[in-house]
Design a protein around this ligand. Structure first.
Ligand code: SF4
Ligand code: SF4
Length: 440
């Protein structure tokens, strides 16, 4: 998604054109199902792969709800990207699945009101952790000004804001001229389009966010969230042309390695295992390279997991495969030679932090280690330990002063009752109905 923003087709038109191209080019050879690691877990490995794909193409052509093996397969697609190189026709099967899910959700969404639920959940979690100035820095709209870089943090990462502030510490150390955009008011549009099936509204949200990027006249927009990267950078690839490049922040940091290395002067004497995902292996490789620039830090290897991220839009979609790969990760991480397991993104950090607490594994984000290497003090994970403590009233007590400071008045019993679902991101499974009603 580079170059000048010129024509601006409605998202529905774009989806129809992209779907029609795939229907035209796909020969239903079934190679994408054949290689797909979730196929056995979805119960479609021994079926007619061409017929499974034909079911997906029917939805791309005519709309309607996905059914049968097509539904079983695509519901478990975790975005691992293994199918991309397998297609002999140059189709991107991951995009095929994402667009078919979008069209199917137009008929029947499993997660209506998801955006409203997710927004409230994110704002609540942010208000529990952030002093008002920091809350405003991540979530409030900014007055446009000319900058070199927009640091686009997306929506869900605001649940784990310490990662974002640590990333900003690194950008500050590199003296990057940037502005931060994020929170639900700057959603990439994936929730409306793919999850709610509201393609028209999804287009408006995507258009609004891309237009907001343009208001800052940046050379580059650096995203943090892998879902935004996938939605804007791949599923909607070519939807809009822009004057700025859209890249992941880790790519930018690797490009800045020559400037970063001399600043990394503080020893961080740890042996670490990196956690990364098959579906965005380049980002895992970027982080591996960055960590190897930190003095004293030894990366003993990478625990690759399926999907492009942890969470409801990634690895969690195929629970059987995820459990298998996760147990291998934790088995390696509990090796006494390893001091810490290193996470990439927010979704991974929340889950692995919980698993680490249970299994006695220290879990840190890569940004934490970069800040330490730069001689700084990383922002702490305010919820470390709480995620698995099962002491929701204790957490309410702990965070009430911050909620009050952010102007959020909420009944303690109500909050303690909903926090398990808020932390589990239950809205991505159709839950958290209490946040689905219109705000009064
Ligand atoms: S992205 Fe991965 S899970 Fe999804 S269809 Fe392709 S190979 Fe299967
Ligand atoms: S998307 Fe490609 S690999 Fe999959 S069935 Fe169609 S032509 Fe074959």
């Amino acid at each position: 998604m580079n170059d000048m923003m010129t024509n601006k087709p409605a998202l529905a038109d774009f989806v129809e054109r992209a779907a029609a191209d795939i229907v035209r080019d796909c020969t239903q050879c079934g190679a994408c199902v054949e290689i797909c690691p979730v196929a056995p877990f979805a119960g479609v490995a021994d079926s007619d792969h061409g017929a499974t794909v034909a079911g997906v193409l029917d939805v791309l052509k005519d709309g309607g709800e996905m059914t049968g093996n097509a539904a079983a397969w695509t519901q478990q697609c975790d975005g691992c990207g293994k199918c991309l190189a397998a297609c002999p026709e140059g189709v991107n099967p991951r995009q095929m699945v994402m667009l078919a899910q979008t069209k199917s959700a137009e008929t029947v969404s499993q997660t209506p009101q998801l955006f409203r639920k997710m927004s409230r959940s994110i704002r609540l979690m942010a208000a529990m952790q952030l002093v008002p100035d920091d809350y405003a820095r991540l979530l409030r709209p900014k007055a446009p000004r000319d900058v070199d870089v927009v640091f686009y943090v997306g929506c869900n990462a605001v649940r784990t804001p310490h990662l974002l502030f640590n990333a900003m510490y690194v950008l500050d150390a590199l003296e990057v001229d940037y502005e931060v955009l994020g929170g639900p008011s700057s959603c990439c549009g994936i929730i409306h389009a793919k999850w709610e099936g509201e393609i028209g509204q999804g287009g408006k949200v995507t258009d609004g966010t891309i237009s907001r990027f343009g208001d800052f006249t940046p050379d580059r927009v650096l995203s943090w969230c892998p879902s935004c990267q996938l939605h804007i950078g791949e599923t909607l690839g070519g939807y809009q042309e822009t004057e700025f490049a859209f890249d992941h922040v880790t790519k930018f940091l690797v490009e800045q390695e020559a400037r970063l290395r001399p600043k990394l002067t503080t020893q961080v004497p740890l042996r670490v295992l990196l956690h990364a995902h098959d579906g965005m292996s380049d980002l895992g490789e970027n982080v591996d390279r960055l960590l190897r620039a930190v003095p004293g830090l030894e990366v003993v290897g990478t625990a690759w997991e399926s999907g492009y991220t942890c969470g409801g839009s990634g690895a969690d979609r195929s629970p059987g495969l995820k459990a298998l790969r996760r147990s291998a990760t934790m088995a390696r991480a509990t090796d006494p030679d390893i001091d810490a397991l290193v996470t990439l993104y927010h979704g991974c950090h929340g889950q692995l932090s919980t698993a680490g607490t249970a299994e006695g594994v220290k879990v840190v984000n890569f940004t934490d280690l970069l800040v330490r290497g730069l001689g700084g003090t990383p922002r702490q994970d305010a919820f470390e330990g709480w995620r698995s403590a099962n002491d929701w009233y204790g957490l309410v007590d702990e965070t009430t002063p911050m909620l009050t400071a952010n102007g959020v008045a909420v009944d303690a019993a109500f909050l303690a009752d909903i926090l398990p679902d808020v932390f589990a991101q239950a809205e991505f499974r159709g839950g958290l109905d209490v946040f689905g009603a219109p705000e009064s």
